[in-house]
Design a protein around this ligand. Sequence first.
Ligand code: ADP
Ligand code: ZN
Ligand code: ZN
Length: 753
Amino acid sequence: MSVTNIVGVVVNRMVRNVDRVYHYTAPDELYQKMTVGSLVSVPFGKGDSEMEAYVVELPKSTEFSSLKEVRAVLSGEPLFDEEMLAVCRFMQERYFCTLAAAIKAITPPGSGVRRRQSSDKIITGSVLAIPGDEALLLLEKIRQKAPRQAKILELLLQNDFVANSDIRIITGAGQGAISALEKKGLIRPQQIEVYRNPVDFSKIQRTKALVPTPEQKAAIRQITHAAQKGEHQTFLLHGVTGSGKTEVFLQCIEAVIQNGRGAIVLVPEISLTPQMVERFAGRFGERIAVLHSRLSFGERYDEYKRIRAGEVRVVIGARSAIFAPLHNLGLIIMDEEHEASYQAENVPAYHAREIALLRAKQNHIPLILASATPSVESYWRAKKGEYALLTLSARANRMQMPDVEIVDMRKELAQGNRSVLSERLKEEIRRNLERGEQTILFLNRRGFSTFVSCRNCGYVVKCEQCNIAMTYHKARNYLTCHYCGYTVKNLTQCPACGSRYIRHFGTGTQRVEEEVHELFPEASVLRMDVDTTGGKSSHQQILDQFAKEKTDILIGTQMVAKGLDFPEVTLVGVLAADLSLNLDDFRAGERTFDLITQVCGRAGRGKRAGRAVVQTYMPENEVLLQAKEQDYEAFFENEIVLRKSLYYPPFCDILSLLLTGPNEAALSAFAAKTANHLRMECLKQKSIQAEVLGPGPATLSKINNKYRWRILIKCRADSAVREIVRRTLARHDKQKESKWINITAELNPNSMM
Ligand code: ADP
Ligand code: ZN
Ligand code: ZN
């Protein structure tokens, strides 16, 4: 049909059944103002109501007749270009999200919000209090009745944290809507400290490149060589903290800038500290831009504008900085590449490493993955020759690694010590108090699952098929494997030694604080965890206080484990290594090795040597012993054999389907039916090798009166398998059950929540 001015758009809604390109036509004067990436307004659906839409193509012809007309161009200046549109299509295809959700993820939040001149150091904002899939579902339900509340939820789905003032400006909602959502338990308030943004360049000392060590020199040469040839190559830079990785980044970036190009540097949010930013500012001055969630939207948008205008050569930021619209990209760096926070938990649930790889390939440029404890996947790829392995074996600053001592908690119990602190640790704390040195006590409490173990012999109830610690569900007193759904009644006696002292594991930081106060009444103590940080003091305040007042003891959860640098800390106690060893996750070993490496890196950063005491009921555990020796190679060799024999990544992907609904019996029956359907579909195609596991209850088996069940598919998640999943989702959307049961799919999720 011969229409001119055809415009292909994606409407700005996140539901699957409108996730396709719609064709419109446009009058000449509007058509001239738009390009791919423009934001327009179109009539949509019954009653032709007004709808925002993104232009994704300008086709020459169309198979549709009688096209409706675009009503207005809201933003002619494109929000994304062809390269980033390709990234969005990749996300839509790989992570089972809508194209609109992918576009929202890559575009700056609240574009056009005027910058507030704010002098506050602490700002109040909101975060989601429920999982993303739950929020997504509610979104469509409350959109009719409370459109402002829906907008707030949508905003928080896309951003980990949003200042309440930004919420009000962007959504037009008042404090009432925010409070209403809080009352319903859907969002909760959070206070954060805002960093000086981006950096006060006038105060930064400029630095020059250091003379590289031979290992650094070899790494820099190989990377810059690849950059100059205009070839994509992935490098895995393996080196302990302090081995000079950052100096390698700085010199590679310098070379890239000299060639007229720029670099994106990804770091985990938690290590994006002012000190870290200052190192980059010291080398590159005002040519850097910083993107992180502690900026207000106005400030973030300002940084985006500087990037797009070409004023910036280096973008440093957390996960979502991988979407930075930097011109002439010449290098991508991902520091601490093994960090779980690179996996987005909300929709779209992308992994920044996969996006980095895609952008590096599209731009024919090198990608550097760096870590002291690389992910098993990346190290395996490097060993196979898919990535080039670069090793920095020595510490550039010659600091000693601390002495690590493993303490057997079973013996403590046998000797009648029921305290959370072993005699050894008490002794060391006392010594530190006498010498006036600082101590950090660390209690890992990641996730919501609790396992069941025997305090007498260390036995842990595990699923034999999956080798995953089974999770205790208190309400019904049963144990479940969150991978395959295998469920048994809770045990009262240890099958290994017969002891009755077998129970679920759990201690809070509060209890540790009480005990420490009792044992060392003269010591000053600070506690930092999720509970203390909802209140008036932010993390940063607690950490500042710890450093400034030389508090004797800091007790904390995983937040104290990473990136902190206190020269006066000479002792770190890991109170329960078991909490990490028995995560309901096939990566438990990997996470434990990383954790101990990081925690020990906290001790002895100053002139005095540090030491670490690791308490556990499994002192013979190999990962603990390898971590104690800091022998990554030995850890990897063991772990990769396990992964292969149990069929876990990198030998497969894990696709998760989460089903939620108000009636548990109906939900579990429907989940079983869906799992069978998936099994049949996978069997039909010879090329597909897949294990469909479950269904079984999720770690959080009930939220907001909705039950949650999971099906896992262990397979190579290639296009054939993804197509099966996509068809299953589409089929569900058409069935009557879709009215009360919701399904979402996720690729390689971080947790089984
Ligand atoms: P990483 O990023 O691996 O933790 P850094 O690059 O931060 O390591 O280096 C650790 C310390 O060693 C820093 O203080 C840095 O200035 C110093 N350093 C790094 N490379 C050199 C070098 N070639 N010569 C002297 N000092 C160096
Ligand atoms: Zn036992
Ligand atoms: Zn299992």
